[in-house]
Design a protein. Structure first.
Lengths: 96, 599
């Protein structure tokens, strides 16, 4: 098992009422598996929110940071490691 | 044959001789330069001599609209202002929204050129094509807001687009802005000081004429599509969070410049975030002209505490960065107050906040003393921020030096290493150590450190590209500069990009003007304008050596990362090659200029 630290921002933080969570996942778990685990815990459609089902890539309206680095739109090769921090923004850069 | 999509005329106002002249817009100018940005740069390039003092009678101010302004397209509510910048000594340009754009066109003019200098304060009135210079002695000295109220009251006409300068513009503060309809500003490059030097306090415009387009139904169909798409999730976050929604995304990547760029992470970012705004100060969303469906403007009011009553549309992300984290201030209500003060006094919030941050570091390091300043100027002190902004606007005490901008002030104080600017323009709030393409765009942008010409921070902060990779950043910046120069020439808000892409631009431009251009031909116009801007700056002495980064970005690590001179050179070489610019001098090559019809 690996331990992953998840932080919620924006709408996710407001809806879930928490800003941080520790999640246990199987070794070599993918980002999708993390989203599935969060769906099970909260009943919120994390996968629909963060992944574009038609392309299988990250939705263009969100930002995900893994260890302070933006997750690339094509993230399928990523395997989460023990101690990783994942920050979930259900919105993207708004300009300025 | 009338030029469809355009009013077809230029208004030239000579303040010295108090003479107005109307000129026809030439079809050649329209076809080669489109509007807005293109018109502004071409006119300045042709009409002002290199080496002039930006605050002298020789400088000109160009206010330009574009072919989509005043049409049914609700995202085309902007205008551009162009002049030689008193802050940087090179090309100055800045954009704002407001009724000015539509009413100038409905009054029969695409472009207003202001030249000369009035002996006494005046305001310019343009009502349905009738032009008048009015005495402004009674409003000289007033804030932007009070001056606008006085002009509206004097003219007794509710429907006006009104541009004003405040005390900062009158006092020739080098980063004074021009305010549009109270809450919006053409902020950057100190163009308010050029108005001040000309003794032009305000411009009021109203027009009721019709703007003829080639295919009204076609324009309407694009407008409907834009409104429909604005309801999608791709744009929804702009409406919910405004530009401030970017703050935590930048901070979480250590890309939020803090404490005069010593750090890229602000541990109290939560206190100045969009979430804080939504919970504590937001009153309502605001769309430009109450027409733009994106509605990214946020009307905030401080309801309690020391700054009770402060109210603005904002603060935007950039203003929050400059007046907040960069001054190490985490009091969001104080930031609203400081932003309100900037808006009333007519100060650009980015340059103003960054110049205060620079002064705070000078104080902390003992370069400025309490005796020099008149009070303690510590990082994190919001009262000191507010006091210093006032001193700057009125050029009192230390404010007189800081009113020159952080580059000049740093030279006067012997603190060049602490000033964070490119070509004299203070850096916007995206950390160029963590975002390599953003570093390149700051280095090459024609007005100095600019985040809007290419908006490269967006793909870098969102993972569309690798933010630390150097390869490919030259192409990314070049392509996006060409595209956004087209946005600034039409003129369309850049925040509309997710719902108004190049294919939509081609359609809208055709429906408005009747000119059928391919996407490639449209981008070629953008490229031509970027190159003409470069020629303008080269004439003023700019060369490759000028395309650089502040010492702090090159040498002071943020998360063990700098953007070194070597890294910048790798990106510059790629960029210059793609631009067709000489690698040693940075000048566009003969072949490139020929290709772009610039010789």
């Amino acid at each position: 098992m690996v331990t992953v630290y998840v932080e919620f921002r924006g709408e996710a933080k407001r809806r879930l009422g928490i800003d941080k969570l520790t999640v246990e996942l199987p070794e070599n778990a993918s980002f999708i598996e993390l989203l599935e685990e969060l769906e099970r815990k909260f009943g919120w459609s994390f996968k629909d929110e963060f992944v574009d089902e038609s392309t299988g890539s990250l939705n263009s309206k969100v930002v995900v940071l893994v260890n302070k680095t933006p997750l690339r739109r094509d993230f399928r090769l990523l395997k989460l490691k023990n101690g990783d921090t994942v920050v979930l923004f259900p919105h993207t850069v708004c300009g300025g | 044959m009338p030029l469809l999509g355009y009013a077809g005329r230029i208004l030239r106002v000579d303040l010295t001789r108090r003479v107005f002249k109307t000129e026809q817009l030439s079809e050649q100018l329209v076809k080669l330069y489109m509007g807005g940005n293109g018109f502004g740069v071409k006119i300045l390039y042709d009409e002002i001599s290199p080496g002039i003092d930006p605050l002298s009678v020789e400088n000109k101010l160009v206010f330009a609209t574009g072919p989509l302004c005043g049409t049914a397209l609700p995202i085309a509510v902007k205008f551009g202002v162009f002049s030689k910048s008193p802050l940087t000594g090179i090309l100055g340009e800045s954009y704002s929204s407001g009724f000015f754009s539509e009413y100038l066109k409905r009054s029969g003019y695409d472009v207003l050129i202001v030249e000369g200098r009035s002996e006494k304060p005046v305001f310019l009135k343009i009502i349905d094509g009738d032009v008048e210079l009015c005495d402004a002695s009674g409003i000289w000295g007033l804030t932007c807001w009070d001056a606008e109220d006085a002009v509206r009251s004097d003219l007794g006409e509710k429907k006006l687009g009104v541009l004003t300068i405040g005390p900062a513009g009158e006092n020739l503060v080098k980063f004074a802005c021009i305010t549009s309809d109270r809450y919006r500003q053409a902020g950057r490059c100190g163009l308010g000081a050029v108005m001040g030097a000309k003794k032009l306090k305000a411009i009021a415009v109203y027009g009721s004429g019709k703007i003829e387009v080639a295919d009204p139904e076609g324009v309407l169909s694009v407008a409907r599509e834009v409104v429909e798409r604005s309801k999608s999730a791709r744009i929804e976050h702009h409406r919910v969070y405004g530009t401030l929604g970017t703050l935590e995304i930048a901070n979480d990547q250590s890309a939020l410049p803090t404490r005069n760029w010593l750090y890229g992470f602000f541990d109290k970012a939560e206190n100045v975030s969009a979430e804080f705004m939504l919970k504590n100060t937001l009153v309502r969303d605001v769309g430009c002209l109450e027409r733009c469906p994106i509605r990214c403007g946020k009307y905030n009011v401080v309801r309690d505490g020391r700054f009770k009553g402060a109210a603005i549309v904002g603060p935007e992300y950039q203003s929050t960065y400059a007046l907040g984290p960069n001054c190490f201030i985490d009091d969001f209500k104080a930031i609203i107050k400081a932003n309100e003060l900037c808006d009333k006094l007519g100060i650009d919030t980015i340059s103003g906040g960054c110049t205060v941050a620079f002064a705070m570091e000078c104080f902390e390091r003992g370069i400025l003393s309490e005796e020099d300043v008149g009070f303690k100027l510590r990082f994190g002190d919001s009262e000191a921020l507010i006091k210093l902004l006032e001193l700057i606007a009125y050029r009192r005490g230390i404010g007189n030096i800081l009113a020159e901008g952080s580059k000049k002030a740093s030279e006067l104080l012997g603190a060049e290493a602490l000033a964070v600017h490119v070509k004299g323009l203070e850096c916007p709030g995206y950390d160029a150590r963590m975002l390599k393409g953003t570093a390149l765009q700051y280095a090459v942008s024609s007005r100095g450190a600019c985040h809007l010409r290419a908006r490269v921070q967006v793909p870098e902060l969102t993972g569309v590209v690798d933010r630390l990779e150097l390869k490919g950043k030259g192409k990314l910046v070049k392509d996006r500069e060409d595209l956004f120069t087209v946005f600034d020439s039409l003129i369309v808000c850049k925040f509309a990009l997710p719902i108004f892409e190049i294919t939509d631009i081609a359609k809208a431009y055709r429906y408005a003007t009747g000119y059928s251009l391919s996407e490639e031909e449209i981008l070629k116009i953008g490229e031509r304008i970027v190159n003409l801007e470069r020629l303008f700056n080269i004439r003023e002495g700019v060369s490759r050596e000028w395309d650089t980064l502040p010492e702090r970005i090159r040498t002071q690590p943020n998360q063990n990362t700098v953007t070194s001179e070597e890294e910048l050179n790798i990106m510059l070489n790629e960029y210059y090659k793609l631009r067709g610019w000489d690698l040693e001098t940075g000048k566009p090559t003969f072949e490139k200029l020929k290709e772009l019809n610039l010789i």
